[in-house]
Design a protein around this ligand. Sequence first.
Ligand SMILES: O=C(O)CCC(=O)C(=O)O
Ligand SMILES: [Fe+2]
Length: 262
Amino acid sequence: MNKMFERIVATAPGNRTLTDAERKELAADNMTEYTVTVHSRPSDEPSTEISVVVDKSLPPWVITFDNFLLPEECDALIALGYKYEYKRSQDVGAAKFDGSHEGVQSTRRTSENAWCSDHHGCRKEELAVKIHERMSKVMGIPPENSEDLQMLKYEKGQFYRTHHDYIPHQKDRQCGPRILTFFLYLSDVEEGGGTNFPQLNITVMPKKGRALLWPSTLNADPMVKDGRTSHQAMDVIEGTKFATNGWVHMYDYVTPQKKGCN
Ligand SMILES: O=C(O)CCC(=O)C(=O)O
Ligand SMILES: [Fe+2]
């Protein structure tokens, strides 16, 4: 994980002067000329040691990408959310007899969301494929390791209180745990709606086309939760916030999901 973040920071196309050939290659790959900003990193030195003790003694990675999505891609993703219908968001609830988990309505999360899912075809739409590929190329992790995109909509006064994206029971499933969250902001918000990491004292404000990436697990042991990246979606004070969750797993998520094994 450390090596991945170090490479992303070192190679961000918007942080360098590109040659015409590089620019053409990016466009041919459906990539944008994103810039990367580091909000938190373990160390300025490249990591050498694989150690849970060292991981816990150094800050976790939190980075943002500006211009990760083009404005028209943001608009088209919002439209996909409407097409597949935003509904009141649910949290992961109790385990059921067959090993699946209930969805529960929660007062801690008042947004609406729509899933760009594989089973109803949204994930196969050209735009969804393109965005999954872009995230995959940046991370160097296959697109199949990402969950279906979860499209979010927060109106004025809506929020998601402090939580962690790591879901404990998935450690023992074929897909493994969520190791990263690749979060995409699809709209500017007039006021409020930031993503806040209380333990790190970091708040990222929504901006159309911006992406935010952070780990849910430790570098030395990606099965183990890094509790320091708990976070919250702060209340939207004015405007509407559209965003997308891209949750990345340790292993292939798409294949086991087809069999209900997630
Ligand atoms: O909306 C945000 O800023 C964060 C949302 C979030 O953390 C989630 O949906 O898991
Ligand atoms: Fe979250």
